[in-house]
Design a protein around this ligand. Structure first.
Ligand SMILES: Cc1cc2nc3c(=O)[nH]c(=O)nc-3n(C[C@H](O)[C@H](O)[C@H](O)COP(=O)(O)OP(=O)(O)OC[C@H]3O[C@@H](n4cnc5c(N)ncnc54)[C@H](O)[C@@H]3O)c2cc1C
Length: 525
């Protein structure tokens, strides 16, 4: 039934062929830290029957073709919610109550516009669906007050529409997943360079709609900084935004759609700036005596305009866990904090930058660990989500959260969030952290939390997430650097932008989607 063989199980991450039980090395450590408590998942959670009036389904079939309007259980199951740990816990428990009533698959911008007009006429909620990797509840729209819920699956919109090798831009349709977009660009010797950990499944439209940030952001920028032009279908008409590489023509309206999470319109094309495929890639490891010293070194590089393509720094706990093999714990190899500094580009430029950065890092007290840590980071960079599933299987609750702040506020944020999580989840909780993205003025912190699952893991995580979010707000940081708002962060988003900010969002919503069919309940507090 699916036009996309690249599907994930509703309660697991990734390619089933790449998944597996806990590796033996990790199993020993996890047993030591938490004990093992088998928590089998419901393999085929059922979805409630679709509730759409058959006449409405016929109307949709007339619009975009019968084969593109799907109501079977399997397709609806695969379009239910995203991939946060609470999403997975619910699916593992067999609860998929908010499955869409139907999945519609438009083929182009005009199809999207036609579906939106139909939804307005018949009061149907519409949830744009890209890769389904959302971790903030952005795919769980409110059902109340609507005649039904449609998942607007962009999986058929996968074309590379244009390449401008003079301006170095490419126009992509929203349904392209990360690897598909890179493969199409690679045919022209080009690349986008956007590699979030969800790269293998997340889509171009999703990157734009959530203002995603990838692992190479130091070199290639955040996704929103790559977008030079975009097209969106809204219930009140088409938007084409971005007329030049830079402009002083009023506020930048592209920013209204970037990060709008499907509540203002459906992004149907984005033009992004592209780069030549790198001839050389090399990733070095550096060890720092402490997280604070490593962070100070990152700040020095960022403020000197001397950043590598990839730069990340694990705190002491994350370094120890990542390097941990039972025979290595406590040895010199596991001490301190690991930084990865990766360089991509033409050989001469890479050599020059690598040597300049190396000199700064060595001068600041870093120890060059060579290429081995970088190689193992590259090999394992997309594996962590599989490990989360294996840990949930043995009763260990694992989730991540992220935020960002100014350099001068980093320590307050780091210690505040860590303490809140440890206090809420209790003794034995493991909180790991790394700096994932850096700027001249500050950086993002990415936390990974593991705790023994209690009786009600959903309530357990909800309490921990609330405590962490309160700590983020108390430190004056942002509730999200790249995971976006969805439904989970709305409360703190409202505090962050204030009442006037919320009123502006509502005014834009009233202009573009006056009957509120697009992703109701998402983003706007
Ligand atoms: C294991 C894992 C790792 C992750 N790592 C990262 C990371 O490194 N960096 C990062 O930034 N994020 C990360 N995320 C979060 C997530 O992958 C990103 O938010 C991603 O950008 C979402 O893309 P998607 O195509 O999956 O969107 P979806 O999950 O399908 O949708 C996300 C939101 O955008 C809306 N939407 C989707 N497509 C469109 C469109 N064309 N027009 C309008 N609205 C649309 C949806 O309705 C929804 O509200 C991770 C998630 C997981 C599960």
């Amino acid at each position: 039934m699916s036009v996309d063989s690249h599907e994930m199980h509703p309660s697991r991450w990734g390619d089933p062929a790449a998944a597996g039980p806990l590796p033996d090395s990790a199993r020993g450590l996890i047993e030591l830290a938490f004990g093992l408590d088998d928590r089998p998942a419901v393999e085929h959670p059922s979805v409630p029957p679709g509730r759409l009036d058959p006449r409405l389904l016929d109307g949709l079939r007339d619009l975009i073709g019968a084969e593109h309007v799907l109501t079977d259980d399997e397709t609806r199951r695969l379009r239910t919610r995203g991939k946060s740990t609470p999403d997975l816990l619910r699916a593992r428990a067999g609860e998929l109550d908010d499955a869409p009533d139907a999945v519609v698959r438009p083929g182009d911008h005009d199809d999207v516009a036609a579906v939106l007009a139909f939804a307005v006429e018949h009061d149907l909620a519409v949830v744009p669906f890209g890769g389904g990797t959302c971790v903030t509840g952005g795919l769980a729209a409110t059902r109340e007050g609507y005649a039904g819920v449609l998942s607007l699956d962009l999986v058929r919109m996968k074309r590379l529409l244009d390449v401008d090798e003079v301006s170095m831009t490419a126009t992509l349709e929203p349904g392209l997943r990360g690897p598909e977009a890179e493969a199409l660009l690679a045919e022209h010797g080009l690349m986008l360079g956007h590699f979030p950990q969800s790269f293998e499944y997340a889509s171009i439209g999703g990157f734009a709609a959530t203002r995603s940030s990838g692992q190479s952001s130091a070199g290639y920028g955040r996704f929103d900084s790559m977008v030079v032009r975009l097209t969106a279908a809204t219930p009140t008409g088409r938007l084409d935004l971005g007329a030049a590489p830079a402009s002083a023509a009023g506020p930048d309206l592209r920013q209204l759609l970037l990060g709008s999470e499907g509540v203002f319109g459906v992004i149907t094309a984005v033009t992004v700036r592209v780069r030549h495929l790198p001839e050389t890639t090399v990733y070095d490891g550096w060890r720092w005596p402490s997280f604070a010293e490593g962070a100070a070194a990152m700040r020095t590089l960022a403020q000197a305009g001397l950043l590598p393509t990839v730069i990340r720094l694990s705190d002491e706990a994350e370094t120890a866990i990542n390097l941990a093999r039972p025979d290595e714990i406590g040895s010199e190899g596991a001490a301190g904090c690991l930084m990865i500094a990766g360089h991509e580009g033409p050989p001469a430029a890479v050599a020059a930058r690598r040597s300049a950065i190396g000199a700064v890092l060595a001068g600041l007290g870093g120890t060059d660990l060579g290429e081995e840590p970088g190689r193992s980071w590259v090999e394992g960079r997309f594996r962590a989500p599989y490990l989360r599933d294996s840990m949930l299987d043995v009763g260990v609750l694992v989730e991540t959260l992220e935020t960002a702040t100014w350099w001068s506020n980093l320590d307050r944020l780091y210690t505040g969030v860590k303490a809140a999580l440890e206090q809420e989840l209790g003794e034995g909780t493991i909180v790991l952290c790394h700096i994932s993205h850096v700027y001249e003025t500050g950086c993002s912190l990415y936390f990974t939390v593991a705790a023994k699952e209690g009786e009600d893991p959903l309530a357990q995580w909800d309490a921990a997430k609330t405590a962490a979010s309160e700590a983020i707000a108390a430190a004056g940081a942002t509730i999200t650097h790249h995971h976006a708002i969805g439904t989970d962060h709305k409360r703190w988003y409202g505090q962050e932008i204030g009442d006037r900010g919320v009123a502006i969002l509502r005014a834009v919503k009233a202009e573009l989607d006056p009957t509120g069919i697009l992703n109701p309940g998402v983003l706007i507090p």
